[in-house]
Design a protein around this ligand. Structure first.
Ligand code: GLC
Length: 458
């Protein structure tokens, strides 16, 4: 009897496994939509200045751009004393902004490890007066607030430990033997990152600039990950032919997204990733919120960067903007989290362009001033510019609309539906100056729209 029961149970379990398949590791990531990038390291000490002169370019590249000799650059670590660092507070700032995950630079191109690595003294524990492991502190705080923690790791460039250097080395004391560096630094460090912080951390590995990577070198890193944390999510910058789990457009929003693929736009709030004291080129809250809507409507995630100071302080213009986004997300997050891309496409307009490089202004909607996200039976119409006449036309919707209401206060809206369009009757004042959401309920699970409403400019 017992055997029969056991057989039935195992049959049932097997059946379940096959019918449902493996749970998709990307599920939480797709649902999350909004994350925090943190670029923090020794470069926050010079903060864009070398010998009193501003160095052009992004802050974390100062050693390379300023051709700073290794011995001199390493002196900055002695002044890296982030006594104001508070992991709890950082994670709360992310959570209150509505962000669901954090990716922090565990090691950037300067090779400085932000944890007490055993394979190089060039790390935050041994080379600074501070002697902490901020990754550990962040891991604990993230667990407390239900935020996923990922690590950025510069696997190829390492200007202090013998890795690659864009433009070649500039200091005769710099070693460069890529295979030796991969074996003695990169692989062991990645193993440390994968084992030091518990089973849930890192949730993401964010590789970057695969200079000098070849399939063999990349495979060594990949194999280390597969052996220790097979289910981990990785971006597409490992190199050596590895595609990774998602695409990473940088400082730009792809005009049409990447239909059917996972992607994440990473972006700075000012011009730099790592702190630069005179970079005041802050994007407005309006741009940031609309970027988030735009990205969600194209099926991507938004990884928005902060660059804390060497004291461990997040610059207040960043804190203020994140808080404002958080207020918006509190009211309107339903239209973002777990939402699918638009059912239309025509709203992306003809002249919406992403902008690459490290410039400040990113596109938004020079075409049409609205975006759309979707959930089963629902369309979220995100309106940037509230129409003065109170009429909003939704083009080419064939599915029958059953109800329309403002997400902010659930006020029901009148509407008319013809073959050509659905017209929503909006109140005269927008619920939100930056982006107001109308939830349109439809009789179909997935909206049917006419081909002309899907038309995009390729
Ligand atoms: C770049 C830069 C780097 C920055 C990264 C973020 O590739 O090299 O400094 O960390 O972009 O995406």
């Amino acid at each position: 009897m017992k055997r029969i029961v056991l057989t039935i149970i195992s049959f049932f379990l097997l059946f379940n496994l096959f019918s449902q398949g493996k749970p998709d590791k990307m599920e939480w990531w797709r649902e999350a939509k909004f994350g925090m990038f943190i670029h923090w390291g020794v470069y926050s000490v010079p903060a864009g200045y070398y010998h009193g002169q501003p160095v052009k370019g992004i802050g974390e590249w100062i050693m390379n751009r300023g051709k700073i000799p290794m011995a001199e650059y390493q002196q900055f670590a002695k002044k890296f004393d982030p006594t104001d660092f508070n992991a709890d507070q950082w994670v709360k700032i992310a959570r209150d902004a509505g962000m669901k995950y954090i990716v922090i630079t565990a090691k950037h191109h300067d090779g400085f490890a932000m944890w007490p690595t055993k394979v190089s003294k060039w790390n935050i524990y041994d080379a600074t007066p501070w002697h902490h492991d901020p990754l550990q502190e962040l891991a604990l705080a993230c667990r407390k607030y239900g935020i996923k923690l990922g690590f950025y790791y510069s696997q190829a460039q390492d200007w202090n430990n013998g890795g690659a250097a864009a433009g070649g080395k500039w200091d005769s004391t710099q070693q460069h033997d890529m295979d030796d560096y991969i074996d003695k630094i990169a692989v062991p460090q990645v193993k440390e990152l994968l084992t030091n912080y518990g089973s849930d951390v890192p949730a993401v590995l964010w590789w970057d600039t695969p200079l000098d990577m070849n399939p063999e070198r990349a495979k060594k890193l990949y194999d280390a990950v597969e052996a220790l944390k097979p289910g981990i999510i990785m971006n597409n910058r490992l190199g050596g032919g590895f595609e990774g789990d998602y695409k990473t457009p940088e400082q730009k929003i792809p005009p049409q997204g990447f239909p059917g693929q996972d992607w994440e736009t990473c972006m700075t709030i000012n011009n730099t990733w790592g702190y630069k004291r005179d970079d005041e080129n802050w994007k407005s809250t309006e741009i940031l919120i609309r970027n988030l809507c735009d990205i969600a409507s194209k099926g991507g995630n938004y990884l928005l960067n902060i660059g804390p100071t060497s004291k461990g302080i997040i610059p207040s213009p960043e804190v203020e903007r994140l808080a404002a986004i958080g207020r918006w997300m509190k009211e309107n997050g339903e239209a973002i989290y777990g939402a699918g891309p638009t059912a239309f496409g025509v709203e992306f307009g003809k002249d919406v362009k992403g902008r690459s490089g490290y410039g400040k202004e990113i596109m938004v909607s020079s075409g049409n001033d609205w975006r759309c996200t979707t959930k089963p039976g629902k369309l979220y119409i995100i309106i940037f510019n509230w129409p003065e006449d109170g009429k909003f036309e939704l083009p080419g919707l064939e599915s029958k609309v059953t109800k329309a209401y403002l997400l902010a206060d659930h006020q029901e809206l009148k509407f008319t539906q013809t073959d050509a369009a659905v017209t929503l009757d909006l109140p005269s004042v927008a619920p939100d100056k930056i982006a107001s959401v109308v939830c349109v309920q439809i009789a179909d699970n997935a909206a049917k729209v006419t081909p002309s409403a899907k038309e995009q400019s390729h």
